[in-house]
Design a binder for this molecule. Structure first.
Ligand code: ADP
Length: 249
């Protein structure tokens, strides 16, 4: 994969549900240290797009190339795709509320091993240091011994991003990361995503245009399962077709 400017490439992908074409000849590519916002009205195909990339939904036609592997053709399981370096954060945080921040991050280091192994596993000094590094990255260094259920909504979202980071992803797919956050939390989330995009590919699926503007990254607009426009936020929001279908003017 080194030397390649594309980490993920989706090419000519279509998905049909009961005769309804949810994704229609979609092509998309992202490099190894790039942030991309994917926007579009309800029903545009954003969730299905993420499902395709993570192997939850298999395309009828087209290819999903991850590094040198054609994910859609070799039949990789969803778990194997996650282990291959694709991390997905759903909108609702799914942290273990009764566990401390440290324990959540520590368990995430071994997320692919299942709960039995984690119970009988003592992290090494290196693994403990990794947990502390991740906590610093997500802004929770001072909260490591707090019970996760006591965290604010924003802090839980950052913890979940940290849990993905524990699995060393190369690509992070994040669904509406700033939904329900306070202005200060949104600012922190913007900074966090920008700092992650220095070393990871980050795809942010988002409705909130103001938040997308702050991310200051290339934007892909989906509509009826296809790419309608791509470019800077200023470029796509001036596109008449985007205005018509997405902004509803
Ligand atoms: P978005 O996330 O942009 O709102 P989705 O990817 O959820 O869009 O959906 C795209 C289209 O596909 C919608 O019209 C939706 O109703 C349809 N769709 C999604 N999943 C299914 C499914 N499992 N069965 C039938 N239709 C589906």
């Amino acid at each position: 994969m080194s030397g390649s400017t594309r980490l993920l490439e989706v090419s000519g992908v279509s998905v049909t549900f009961d005769g309804f074409r949810a994704i229609n000849n979609l092509s998309f590519a992202i490099g190894p240290a790039e942030m991309r916002a994917v926007i579009g009205p309800n029903g545009a195909g954003k969730t299905t797009f993420m499902d395709i990339v993570t192997g939850k939904t298999r395309p009828d036609t087209g290819r999903v190339i991850w590094g040198d592997e054609n994910i859609s053709l070799i039949g990789m399981s969803e778990a194997r795709i996650a282990r291959a370096g694709i991390g997905r954060k759903f909108q609702r945080p799914t942290v273990f509320e009764e566990q401390s921040v440290r324990d959540n991050l520590t368990m995430a280091l071994k997320a692919d091993r299942g709960p039995f192994n984690v119970l009988f596993w003592k992290p090494s000094a290196e693994e403990r240091a990794k947990v502390e590094d991740i906590a610093a990255t997500i802004g929770l260094a001072g909260q490591l011994d707090r019970t996760s259920g006591e965290l604010s909504h924003g802090q839980k979202q950052w913890l979940e991003i940290g849990m993905l980071l524990a699995q060393d992803p190369q690509l992070l797919l994040v669904d509406e990361p700033a939904a329900g956050m306070t202005p200060a939390e949104r600012e922190h989330t913007t900074d966090l995503l920008k700092s992650l995009a220095k070393h990871h590919a980050v795809v942010v699926v988002e409705h909130d245009m103001e938040f997308v503007r702050r991310l200051d990254c290339k934007v892909t607009v989906l509509h009826e399962g296809s790419v309608l426009a791509e470019g800077s936020i200023d470029h796509v929001t001036k596109n008449q077709e985007v205005i018509d279908v997405y902004l509803g003017r």
